[in-house]
Design a protein around this ligand. Structure first.
Ligand code: ZN
Length: 92
């Protein structure tokens, strides 16, 4: 069992959290102009890196807030967590 540090609540058991996918995906500026293929790309296509990755996480059984984290996809280790209004840290 791993502890994940929520930016508001502190370290909690990982079972309190839900994964929310890749972070920092901007919503299209002019969504009405997108083709079906472009929509499909926005909705379904995600990076799948090996190593540090910026992700969204949700503290579902705690404060019920979203936050971002840099997590290593090979070790599952969280390098850093940060609020949505904070600057994205450099990937180690
Ligand atoms: Zn929390």
């Amino acid at each position: 069992m791993q502890l994940i540090t929520c930016p508001w609540c502190g370290a909690r058991e990982e079972t309190e959290f839900h994964y929310g996918g890749e972070a920092h995906l901007p919503y299209p500026d002019e969504p009405e102009t997108l083709t079906d293929e472009e929509w499909a790309h926005f909705v379904f296509f995600r990076a799948n890196p090996k190593g540090p990755f910026a992700e969204r996480w949700y503290h579902s059984t705690g404060c019920r807030r979203w936050f971002n984290a840099i997590r290593d996809t090979t070790t599952y280790k969280f390098h850093q967590v940060y609020r949505l209004d904070e600057q994205r840290p450099a990937i180690p």
